[in-house]
Write a protein that binds this ligand. Structure first.
Ligand code: CO
Length: 168
């Protein structure tokens, strides 16, 4: 048996209609802080990452009608959208999933939020759950050591952002 492809849960993504209301709820009810907020224009979403230990809850809301998250909200309503798993190498993990018969949404890794490389696995072969493979850092960045640092960096960046846009 080879080593597992997925090393940690990076984030659990939840589709919401009102991002600010969701952020306020997570802060007020669960005491969970937003550490990063980003507009991901190619996907038509704005995301807020709420830190939970080494993982995140990723609150997602659409920025336009054509966004996949807008379609998701229209057909399924608010709730669990996808699970993001950390992988050491997104391209390698994606190939392994394809070789094992997994259906994929992305044929190749692409840039995700906070400087990650990501690829989505289609829910039709993963028991109804959309899966995102998340590699910290982009090709050309330093190795695994840097991946840890980038996590801290993301938190620091977000701390700065929070001063301007945070829920408090
Ligand atoms: Co995600």
């Amino acid at each position: 048996m080879t080593a597992p492809l997925v090393t940690e849960i990076d984030h659990v993504a939840i589709a919401v209609r009102d991002l600010d209301a969701a952020i306020a709820w997570y802060a007020g009810v669960l005491g969970a802080e937003v550490v990063h907020r980003e507009l991901v224009e190619p996907d038509g979403v704005e995301e807020a990452l709420v830190a939970v230990a080494e993982s995140y809850i990723q609150l997602l809301s659409p920025t336009r009608e054509s966004s996949p998250v807008a379609r998701f909200l229209a057909t399924r309503g608010e709730g669990l959208h996808h699970v993001g798993y950390r992988v050491a190498d997104c391209a390698q993990a994606l190939d392994a999933v394809k070789r094992a018969g997994g259906a994929v949404v992305d044929e190749a890794p692409r840039p995700g939020s906070r400087g990650t490389m990501v690829a989505f696995v289609h829910p039709k072969t993963s028991f109804g759950t959309l899966i995102e493979l998340v590699q910290e850092g982009r090709p050309g960045d330093a190795g695994d050591g840097a991946a840890r640092d980038s996590g801290d960096g993301a938190a620091r960046d977000a701390g700065d952002e929070k001063a301007g846009t945070g829920p408090h």
